[in-house]
Design a protein around this ligand. Sequence first.
Ligand SMILES: Cc1ncc(COP(=O)(O)O)c(C=O)c1O
Length: 368
Amino acid sequence: MVVEMNYSELAPNYIRAIAPYQPGKPISELERELGVTDIVKLASNENPLGASPKAIAAARDALSEISLYPDGNGFALKSVLVERYGVMIAQVFLGNGSNDLLELAARAFLTAGDKAVYSDHAFAVYPLATQGVGATGISVKAKNYGHDLDAMRKAAVEQGAKLIYIANPNNPTGTFLSGAALHAFMRALPANILVVLDEAYNEYLPKSCQYDSVSWLAEFRNLIISRTFSKAYGLASLRVGYALGDAEVMDMINRVRQPFNVNSMAQAAARAALDDVEFVRETFELNLRGMEQLTEGLRALGLDYIPSYGNFVSFKIGDAAKIYRRLLELGVIVRPIASYDMPDYLRVSIGLESQNQKFLSALKQVLT
Ligand SMILES: Cc1ncc(COP(=O)(O)O)c(C=O)c1O
């Protein structure tokens, strides 16, 4: 006899209240569901060039040691980051994707009754990480779909928040905050409020927008910079990211991570990927061209979009759920973002020229 029992009631209320993260639909799932072939997936901000061949070779080499636990301290990878950024090894955190850092910052510093601040339309993991530890999230009204830094600081100070999440550029809106604005924000913020500055799309910023947040670490002990190998480095499946911050802050975060949170293939591939500057440059240039192609195409279709600094763009389409389904039938996967309180928008990732073209043709077909 199966016991009559509602197991979800064993979970705390704050866990039951979580709305699960909705990932982009995998190609294999669409094939299974609709029997469509020749699918283009532009739904998860992945790198259409794949990964650096050097990174792939390094991951393959690391397979020979698959029976051994990885280096739980990630010494070799951290050493490359130490050299690149001129920080101490104790200031570097390695994560199972940068997602790990976003969650563990909440785990280390928040508990029930604590508060974290983020922006409306900001990356979905911030509320998930906050709710997951029973803390309260304060979502601050956005300004033109971007972060309103003054309002965020005010909310954090007035409501006694311990942690602020900022995505720059933000996903899914693609909005960008200048280095000057961020630096001024940090200067005005009390030192007892931690800031996670999530720079997952940092490598896509054009020269004119680049800023040196790492140099600010000397000034602001409450700043944590989070980066990933999932996007421009093309290692999304391996799950590896890193964060830079104050040694004492990183020590707290390290205490709550899994001892072996980054596997050996990921560590080896990430090291090689950091070295392959040419691959990142090609990625940047392809993205720039693809962004032009897509935004030009959207304009030609008479559609509004939010100017984006990432490897994706969100555009306004009315009945987004319906258009999304029609695009699926035509073998194009994009991302509905109703869960970001943007029910009339879709987000499309920048792909190869031919993939962008397939998306634009399908969209045109759906609209006419
Ligand atoms: C703004 C932002 N931060 C962090 C991540 C997490 O990426 P990962 O865990 O693969 O490093 C993403 C992924 O979509 C993102 O868009």
